[in-house]
Design a protein around this ligand. Structure first.
Ligand SMILES: [Zn+2]
Length: 194
């Protein structure tokens, strides 16, 4: 499953979760793409459909719990758990460290699906994996709506199953081909959808 997943791509585009043009990213870099999964997850019907599709793509059985990092992983974990008929919990940062709060626990040897909305470097998931392992759980699968790794191995020790593989190139303004072409720059995070 990758870029040929047209229905998922359509859902993203229709929701305004994937825009194409000339965007100012929060990093200050410019990109021809803007990806904001929260836009597609704000519609529960679409969120449920996408996560059910992602759950079907997983090549693993007997998942007992889904865990995602806050904030992006919360809804994805919840909808994956709905599709799999198991429970969902989330990890969140406290004093900079990924932790389980709110009474969430992992049982020893519990079989866990780890998830995210977008995986770029995989840094947050690595922390979540260490948390799960330290609690005695077993990460048996990793899933995300979008794989933005561009082929780099996030080092999670398991393959990443994603609905979509999307590259989001980023350029400093002085090297930006869209700037050179005179295309107007848009700040999608600040101005809403477009
Ligand atoms: Zn530019």
């Amino acid at each position: 499953m990758a870029t040929e997943n047209q229905s998922a791509l359509d859902d993203f585009r229709e929701a305004g979760a994937l825009l194409e043009g000339h965007f100012l990213l929060t990093s200050g870099l410019h990109s021809p793409k803007y990806l904001q999964c929260a836009q597609v997850m704000q519609n529960p019907v679409v969120a449920e459909r996408l996560c059910a599709q992602l759950a079907r793509a997983l090549d693993v059985n007997r998942i007992e719990c889904v865990v995602g990092p806050a904030i992006g992983g919360i809804l994805v974990a919840y909808e994956l758990a709905r599709a799999l008929g198991v429970r969902a919990i989330y990890a969140e940062r406290q004093d900079g460290k990924m932790t389980l709060r709110r009474g969430f626990t992992i049982r020893p040897a519990e079989r866990i699906l780890m998830c995210e909305d977008v995986v770029t470097t995989g840094g947050s998931l690595l922390e979540v994996r260490n948390l799960i392992t330290a609690a005695g759980g077993r990460v048996v699968a990793v899933a995300s709506l979008v794989d933005r790794t561009s082929g780099r191995d996030p080092g999670l020790g398991l393959p990443l199953t994603a609905l979509l593989k999307i590259d989001v190139p980023a350029y400093p303004a002085e090297e930006c081909p869209m700037c050179r072409a005179g295309q107007p720059l848009v700040s999608p995070g600040r101005t809403g959808k477009k």
